[in-house]
Design a protein around this ligand. Structure first.
Ligand code: FES
Length: 322
């Protein structure tokens, strides 16, 4: 991860009644390249860190990132506070970027992009890149509840023939995205890479439909924190740190991350909710109980790494590469 970057709010507009679009300008500082699908950390005044996907496939002019923030009146902390704190010209600290949702180089395989609601932000970055890639075969399916609440980061979303819009709650003429038909068509055409970002229900349904269809590759990113309410794995266990040789006891009411920090062990972290990937740590022995929203079911089953901010242990001890 790169060092924090000081920026300021160069542009601010309500793109819809609930989506605040911000352009964050680092001035003379060249921002790190960010491939489509990347997100950045935004640190608020009280130290709260939130992750937001970049709307564009690269920093504009090399020094500006654009984000679109869904602001809910009763939203989980950050977004409402961000909207209140980040006035035009306000300073803001940025981290990253990181990319857990990378678009593979467009090759011979068709690409199907699926966005639900604010999930359009990384999907827009991907589509922008694909529009500029000669020969890329792609379509974008963007579903939202009502047109007036849908975020359109670029005007071409409204008139590019490769973009299909679905307004599920439109009065009298609602058009719903038929995921089963989309998956069948992708399979019938010889296969595709499907990238999806949106509500959990949309992504779960798509993942289920893609199961058992080897010609389809389904790549997803979640904006929703996993359910971290008690699940029965909250018992004490040991973590052995292979590099220092230390052993720490993780109490039933503490996370591994909290335990390490309290013991003075310096480890990277950001969201503390299992959605950013900053705290991913290699597991050398023992079996984790995964509670994050990042690792795929296959990666979780392999147990080679874990998010130490939220995941726990199924064995009396875990050995970590720390
Ligand atoms: Fe974000 Fe652990 S700190 S996944």
């Amino acid at each position: 991860m790169t060092a924090p970057i000081q920026a300021r709010v160069a542009q601010r507009r309500w793109a819809t009644p609930s989506v605040l679009e911000l352009v964050l300008d680092a001035g003379e500082t060249a921002l790190p390249e960010a491939a489509p699908g990347a997100h950045i950390d935004v640190t608020l005044g009280d130290g709260t860190v939130r992750q937001y996907s970049l709307v564009d496939p690269a920093p504009e002019g090399g020094h500006r990132y654009r984000i679109g923030v869904k602001v809910l009146p009763d939203g989980r902390g950050g977004s409402r506070r961000l909207a209140e704190e980040l006035a035009l010209d306000s300073p803001v600290r940025l981290g990253g970027p990181r990319n857990l949702f990378a678009l593979d180089s467009p090759g011979s395989r068709p690409i199907v992009l699926v966005a639900g609601g604010i999930g359009i932000t990384p999907i827009h970055a991907m589509a922008t890149r694909l529009r500029r890639t000669p020969g890329a075969q792609w379509t974008l399916h963007y579903t939202f509840s009502r047109r007036e609440e849908a975020y359109f980061p670029s005007p071409w979303l409204l008139d590019d023939a490769r973009v299909c819009l679905y307004e599920s709650l439109a009065e009298g003429q609602g058009r719903r995205l038929d995921l089963a038909a989309l998956v069948q068509a992708a399979e019938a055409s010889g296969g595709a890479d499907i990238y999806c970002c949106g509500p959990t229900a949309l992504m779960d349904a798509l993942a289920r439909l893609c199961e058992g269809r080897p010609s389809l590759r389904c790549v997803q990113e979640s904006f929703e924190a996993p359910d971290l309410s008690p699940d029965g794995s909250e018992t004490a266990f040991d973590v052995q740190l292979s590099r220092s040789g230390r052993t720490l006891r993780v109490a039933a009411d503490r996370s591994i991350l909290e335990t390490l920090r309290e013991a003075g062990v310096d480890v990277p972290f950001s969201c503390e909710q299992g959605i950013c990937g900053a705290c991913e740590t290699r597991v050398l022995a023992g079996t984790p109980v995964h509670r994050d929203a990042i690792l795929s079911p296959g990666e979780q089953a392999a147990g080679r790494s874990m998010m130490i901010c939220c995941s726990r242990a199924a064995t009396p001890s875990l050995t970590l590469d720390l």
